[in-house]
Ligand binder design. Structure first.
Ligand SMILES: Nc1ncnc2c1ncn2[C@@H]1O[C@H](COP(=O)(O)OP(=O)(O)OP(=O)(O)O)[C@@H](O)[C@H]1O
Ligand SMILES: [Mg+2]
Length: 360
């Protein structure tokens, strides 16, 4: 089976994840993929974590993106939507959607542990990204979810988030905290539980009491959370979820890209296509001799220098493509550096043209 092209992926994938190290062009690529998907007739939603207002402007959302999908202007029979992931708002929405009644929801939303701690617990952000992916994938309005990832090495931790949550919910301590209300016993008293007394000494009695209240308020909702976590794991491992690795052709960023490829491989996933962005543009051959005219000589020197840079970039990119963590014949697209940043629709359409050979 030959490796799919970017076109092929846009036609067949249900989820496309753009990953790579900081500043290589993940958000730009995600936006350009979204535009092309709409051109091809798909109903695509781009989930970005990037608050870059200028990109929002370029996409035609003057007020910036919000946590809810907004439809953007796009050419073609499809649709393009975009949203900016906001962890706290997503968590609130989940609580409201999954609580048995508004009273339970309000109890959780008013809880101090929920406010002060839950959002900043390590993994919450990743977990909310996974929950969001789940919801958007199930949303009838869209048939393709394009995920832009943040500029950290941990960006792919959301792959593990559902599994981590499932483990957490099955944790004996969690079960202990949940039990009293589930069995209809007396409300758990922190002071009478030796293990909780010990924990309370470490984290502080108030924090613990808030946490216990939080988990008790949460009671009954964990089944839904566990079920969705399982479904997200299934979704991430399915054939319709594909990973696009974005890199730029410099030694350090190629090293990072290889880290991401290995990270995916470590989760039994793989890169489906590579975009090498911000390549030095290729011009024609310089004349065989250096011209005598000073201006012409300067141009000649520049051209030679750029060619040398381009050659070095090819060597760096080749190291990435030869990495055993990548499929042998993985489809690769080289995108040159544009003269300015990609902060207008015109520039974005130009990037799309370079990615897909469609007229800009
Ligand atoms: N081919 C290109 N030519 C010129 N500028 C580009 C190109 N691709 C991206 N840029 C610019 O480079 C900057 C970084 O791009 P982008 O925000 O897409 O990267 P990112 O990987 O999402 O960054 P971060 O990791 O910070 O989220 C932006 O200002 C963008 O406009
Ligand atoms: Mg970005």
């Amino acid at each position: 089976m030959t490796a799919p092209t970017l076109d092929g992926l846009l036609g067949s994938a249900g989820v496309l994840v753009c990953c790579g190290s900081g500043g290589v062009g993940k958000t730009t690529t995600a936006a350009a993929l979204g535009l092309e998907a709409a051109r091809l007739g798909r109903r695509a939603v781009v989930v970005t974590i990037d608050p870059a207002k200028r990109l929002a402007d370029a996409l035609g959302v003057p007020g910036g993106l919000s946590n809810d999908p907004v439809q953007l202007p796009a050419d073609g029979p499809g649709e393009l939507w975009a949203l900016m992931l906001d962890t706290a708002t997503t968590f609130d929405g989940l609580v409201r959607a999954n609580a048995a009644d508004t009273e339970q929801a309000e109890r959780i939303l008013a809880n101090r542990f929920y406010h002060n701690v839950a959002g900043s617990l390590s993994g919450t952000q990743e977990y909310m990204a996974a929950e969001r992916l789940h919801a958007l994938h199930a949303d009838e309005r869209f048939d393709l979810v394009i995920v832009d990832t943040p500029p950290t090495r941990n960006a792919l931790d959301f792959l593990d988030a559902p599994g981590t949550l499932a483990k957490f919910i099955n944790h004996p301590l969690f079960r202990l905290l949940m039990m009293p209300t589930r069995r209809g016993l007396r409300v758990l008293n922190v002071a009478t539980q030796p293990i909780l007394r010990t924990i309370g000494k470490v984290v502080g009695g108030d924090v613990l009491a808030d946490a216990v209240a939080f988990f008790q308020a949460f009671s009954g909702m964990e089944t839904g959370f566990r079920q969705r976590a399982d479904e997200v794991i299934e979704l991430l491992q399915s054939d319709t979820t594909r990973f696009v690795l974005v890199a730029s052709p410099r030694a350090d960023t190629i090293e990072e890209a290889r880290f991401f490829a290995a990270r995916l491989q470590g989760s039994d996933l793989s890169v489906s296509a590579v975009v090498v962005n911000r390549c030095t543009p290729q011009f024609g051959d310089p004349p065989t001799r250096r011209p005598r005219n000073a201006d012409a000589a300067l141009l000649y020197d520049n051209l030679r220098e750029m060619r040398a840079t381009a050659r070095a970039e090819r060597v760096h990119a080749a190291a990435l493509l030869a990495d055993p963590a990548l499929p042998v014949d993985v489809h690769t697209t080289f995108v040159p550096t544009l003269p300015g940043d990609v902060h207008t629709m015109d520039a974005l359409l130009q990037i799309r043209g370079l990615l897909f050979d469609t007229p800009a």
